[in-house]
Ligand binder design. Structure first.
Ligand code: MG
Length: 317
């Protein structure tokens, strides 16, 4: 029921920010999680369409619209993996991490928190032996700790100087984060399970996170799309947070375009997990932990052969 002027910009192209407002018309506040992915997916498709209509890659379109034409030449990306699998020992974990370094990554991430602390420390030491130094390793709890466990891990991890300690707690439990942020001098990271600007704003207001070091991982595809992500970046700016502290979750090409076009701190990558959605364009390998962007119009789905093999039949009836 939207009028054309509610959807189009001055030149008659669809305006994704206006379209986002139409998609959310008459929606109640709150309720995040059940619809934010659906809206985010539609939003992603609209930005792909608009960039193609302008014959620009999305990262270029974003830099032109929102950053005075300034796009980053490349983005820092890190390899996320290190999952627990039955029977996966330290040697298999080390082989996995070595394979990421062989593919051009300089930093890796592994899961922790599903086994006792002493066993996790053996896993962490094994990976550190491969990557060389703490700043090349991030660890991810997926929100499973209580305060006591989170603090015990913090004491064990602090001397290692890790890249970051991710999602120790339920992301909505701000008080736990404030206690941990007071106790842990290293970098904390969270946000992948917050799905709106308002969620992000509460985290920034109440979780005690530190704008000089901590990392925010809001995922634009999961949280109402880029129109909402722009609001989140505005909110962060008004609270003294640089976009460089944002490194989105998800390892998708949409967030990678946003990272380069809007000057974020980088992007997650899943070289092996979530195929064919993990990974980026086939033509742009990771070198020295960084990736350049292709020049093809849109988000670049067509440049990733295994992903395009899935999408093409859907796009061509
Ligand atoms: Mg995570």
């Amino acid at each position: 029921g939207a009028r054309p002027d509610e959807l189009l910009d001055g030149s008659g192209l669809i305006d994704p920010v206006k379209a986002g407002a139409v998609m959310m018309r008459n929606e109640k506040p709150g309720g995040h999680g059940e619809r934010s992915v659906a809206v985010g997916t539609l939003d992603m498709a609209l930005w792909d369409l608009v960039a193609k209509a302008e014959r620009k890659p999305l990262w270029r379109l974003l830099a032109d619209r929102y950053r005075g034409g300034q796009a980053d030449p490349h983005a820092w990306v890190y390899a996320a993996g290190g999952y627990y699998y039955p029977g996966k020992g330290l040697e298999a974990l080390k082989d996995e991490m070595r394979s990421y370094l062989d593919r051009g990554y300089d930093t890796v991430k592994m899961k922790i928190g599903a086994v006792p602390l002493a066993e996790d420390m053996r896993r962490i030491e094994a990976v550190l032996a491969i990557v060389g130094k703490g700043e090349r390793l991030a660890v991810d709890v997926n929100g499973r700790f209580d305060l006591e466990t989170g603090l015990a891990y913090a004491r064990a991890l602090a001397p290692l100087g890790l890249r970051w300690y991710e999602e120790p707690f339920d992301p909505l439990d701000y008080r736990l984060h404030t206690v941990l942020a007071d106790a842990y001098p290293g970098v904390l990271a969270t946000g992948e399970n917050l799905f709106s600007m308002q969620d992000a704003r509460n985290l920034i207001r109440y979780a005690g996170l530190r704008p000089d070091r901590d990392i925010l991982q809001f995922d634009p595809a999961l949280s109402y799309g880029l129109a909402e992500y722009l609001r989140t970046l505005d909110m962060l700016g008004s609270h003294g947070w640089s976009p460089r502290r944002c490194i989105p979750h998800g390892g998708h090409q949409f967030a990678l375009n946003i990272a380069v076009g809007l000057g974020l701190g980088g992007n997650e990558s899943y070289p092996d997990v979530f195929a064919p959605f993990g990974g980026f364009a086939d033509s742009t390998p990771v070198e020295g932990g960084r990736i350049r962007m292709p020049d093809a119009p849109g988000i670049g789905f067509e440049l990733k052969a295994n992903l395009w093999a899935v999408m093409k039949p859907l796009a061509t009836p």
